[in-house]
Ligand binder design. Structure first.
Ligand code: ADP
Ligand code: MG
Length: 696
């Protein structure tokens, strides 16, 4: 940053009229520290005071400006104190303004005959139209009919600075916008091609749209000015992730060199050969591990594609190279399953596998910690791995399964735990939530991505049907028949309710009913309220085939692997999202037997629910389902709000603006290659305030 213009926005907040130390402090607390932070404090909506609506024309739900003369004032007390003010205009109709909070000075102003200009939402109360707590101002009769020359922006609130004040400051700041040629950072060539306004024009437009603007287009993001800003914001986030990545790569990692004897030994003992896709992805991982800069690789693979064994082989490579490996999973059930798998695979090769979860307490915990500190080869566990007191001897590889369940911060926390001096461990993250390509570019711009794009051979696609809950007896018969043939089944009780308690209740009830209807079937129950040891015992019994039907809550959603289970019943399927249904369904279809899945729903189905169930009936392809999910729900849901790289967009919306992502990436390439200082300025503008704030 060398030109004066570059600095123009970075100071000057105090130069705005009326910004003293106190206001400056309030603004700073909201992340507004510089003039440019105000330029990018974008309106979240608009109020149209460019016209005055006759009271007779008001429509319910409309937010409008009206003018009227006070006809009557009534101070009453009905349940709580309230003030009702009836006003009327030349249209002859009456509107009631209703206030629940008011003070004496206010009441004194509202004398019959006084003219008021109000803005609010029109509602109905009995037979009359009213506005509850409208904003209003008393006006002189001579001021009647004066309207604003532009739409009023409504800004995200700043604590301690009133909305009117904030709007004034934003408008004043706008006056200080540098001329376009200094302000614009996108390469001229690319910009011409976009047919979007330049940044200065776009900002002026969204902060002060002229009368007659298509407000719907503006608030829904279709307007070119909004698209221009969304594009730059996407660019800023993308650049920031890429810079983080460059920063991280600057740190060193222990190069893990091994001849591959241990992994060969495991591969010889496996009852299957790796698929080509697994082989290729493992190859990519091993190349990374041998390097002296930290691996940051995301392995994506649909449910059942066999990610675990790839992780185990990578772990063996690291152990053979003398490093320690940690494997972290989001649920205890899944972590425990990994622990059992890894033990079965690694212990015959004389590699110690240690278990650590939150529930491991007292002496067992002390013992686990001391073995970890002493350098045990592999540690498997839950979030507990990141807790205080856990000291790795020489962590060289951190593996994180089902990473979408963790936030970016947790991923980084495990890395930091393993840091020794200037070296950080390699990171391998795995997810079964396929991210559509456009989204992956933004969400995971800091990661390399490998895709296991084929399932192991012999799998037959899961046959999926949607069945109304009225046909539950038929489903019970299907379970009876399946179990009689030696197959196993899941019955998943789902509730939107997040409480373990309520979910456990529902599962308990279903369990009792099924016990009664299926006396000859061995039924088990697993839910989140059970003790870990109980859960593990039930899972073990199901895995061993001692239980034929497992009634469960969504605790079994991710990762659980029992290949002989071939029938999945999901209750209340209409309430779940596509990704979750696909995950649940992925618990079957893992063995050679033909599997099926019944999505049991409560009619009537909403249009969206019907579309979700249809999508699942028609496809087993996780990527296709994810694309559909993105379309139906939007990316925030898809990725989980904890993806901090993605939350906090001011104006961009990944679903709506997804088509801008390839352009953002192209611009990023060009900026990074030709003018990295401009890239820095783009980041500073859009996320600089947040970053400065977080770093303070
Ligand atoms: P996910 O990718 O969903 O984590 P898992 O790693 O749990 O999948 O693997 C699913 C099942 O497929 C496991 O039972 C695993 O042993 C088996 N599996 C993995 N790779 C192969 C392969 N190449 N051939 C046959 N079965 C495999
Ligand atoms: Mg898995």
């Amino acid at each position: 940053m060398n030109s004066a213009a570059a600095h123009a926005g970075e100071s000057g907040l105090r130069s705005l009229p009326g910004v003293g130390p106190q206001v400056a402090q309030k603004l700073a607390a909201a992340g507004i520290q510089q003039l440019q932070d105000l330029w990018f404090w974008l309106p979240r909506g608009y109020e149209d005071r460019t016209r005055i609506a006759p009271i007779a024309s008001l429509a319910l739900g409309e937010r409008v400006q009206v003018e009227g003369r006070v006809e009557a004032v009534e101070k009453g007390f009905r349940f709580r104190p309230q003030l009702k003010v009836a006003i009327s205009d030349d249209s002859g109709e009456t509107l009631v303004l209703r206030f629940f909070h008011f003070h004496a000075g206010q009441v004194a102003q509202l004398t019959p005959g006084a003219w008021l200009r109000c803005y609010g939402e029109v509602r109905q109360s009995g037979l009359v139209l009213e506005m509850v707590h409208p904003s209003y101002r008393r006006i002189a009769e001579s001021e009647r009919g004066e309207v604003a020359g532009r739409l009023d922006p409504v800004y995200p609130a700043v604590q301690g600075v009133g909305p009117a004040r904030l709007a004034q400051l934003a408008q004043a700041a706008l006056e200080a916008l540098p001329p376009s040629e200094e302000f614009e950072l996108l390469p001229a060539g690319l910009r011409a091609e976009l047919k979007l306004p330049d940044l200065r024009q776009a900002l002026r437009f969204v902060h002060a749209p002229p009368p007659g603007t298509d407000l719907a287009a503006l608030t829904e993001g279709r307007h070119p000015a909004r698209r221009r800003l969304a594009l730059e914001e996407l660019l800023a986030h993308h650049l920031s992730l890429r810079r983080q990545r460059v920063d991280l790569r600057r740190q060193g990692a222990p190069p893990l060199k091994a001849r591959g004897e241990l992994s060969r030994a495991l591969r010889e003992r496996l009852p299957f050969a790796l698929t080509d896709a697994q082989q290729r992805v493992l190859g990519e991982v091993l190349v990374d591990l041998r390097a002296a800069e930290p691996m940051l690789r995301l392995v994506q693979g649909d449910v059942g594609s066999g990610k675990t064994v790839v992780a185990a082989l990578a772990a063996l490579h690291a152990v053979e190279a003398g490093a320690q490996v940690a494997l972290m999973a989001p649920t205890e059930l899944l972590a425990e399953q990994h622990f059992n798998n890894f033990r079965a695979w690694l212990e015959p090769l004389q590699i110690e596998v240690v278990w650590l979860a939150g529930k491991v307490k007292g002496r067992a915990r002390a013992a686990a910690l001391s073995r970890i500190a002493a350098g045990a080869g592999v540690v498997v566990g839950t979030h507990a791995l990141m807790q205080e007191g856990v000291e790795f001897a020489r962590l060289g590889l951190a593996i994180i399964d089902e990473q979408h369940r963790f936030g970016v911060h947790q991923r980084l926390a495990l890395r930091d735990k393993g840091a020794r001096g200037s070296l950080v461990p390699h990171q391998l993250v795995m997810t079964a939530t396929p991210i559509p390509r456009t989204l992956a570019m933004t969400a995971y711009a800091d990661l390399d991505v490998s895709v296991i794009d084929a399932l192991p051979p012999g799998r037959t696609p899961v046959q999926t049907v949607a069945i109304s809950t009225e046909r539950r007896p038929e489903i019970v018969e299907r379970i009876r028949a399946a179990c009689a043939e030696g197959r196993q089944a899941y019955w998943v009780c789902t509730l939107i309710e997040d409480s373990d308690e309520v979910q456990a209740q529902a599962a308990q009830t279903a369990y009792e009913q099924l016990l009664e209807h299926l006396p000859e079937v061995r039924v088990g129950l697993v839910h989140g309220r059970m003790k870990p040891a109980e859960k593990a015992a039930v899972m073990q019994a199901f895995k061993a085939g001692e239980l034929q039907l497992l009634v469960a809550t969504t605790v079994i959603e991710v990762g659980v692997d029992v290949p002989n289970a071939s029938l999945m019943i999901i209750e209340n399927a209409e309430r779940l999202g596509l990704a979750q249904l696909h995950q649940l369904r992925g618990r079957v279809g893992r063995g050679a037997a033909r599997s099926s899945c019944a999505l049991v729903y409560q009619p009537p189905l909403s249009r969206l629910a019907r579309e979700r169930l249809d999508t699942l009936r028609q496809s087993n392809d996780g990527f296709l389902i994810a694309e559909k999910d993105l379309e139906l729900r939007g990316p925030g849901e898809l990725l989980g709000t904890r993806q901090t790289g993605l939350v906090g967009f001011r104006i961009a919306d990944l679903a709506r603006d997804a088509d801008l992502l390839p352009t953002a990436q192209r611009i990023a390439d060009s900026l990074l290659a030709d003018s990295p200082d401009r890239a820095d300025r783009v980041i500073a503008r859009w996320i600089g305030a947040a970053a400065r704030y977080a770093g303070a």
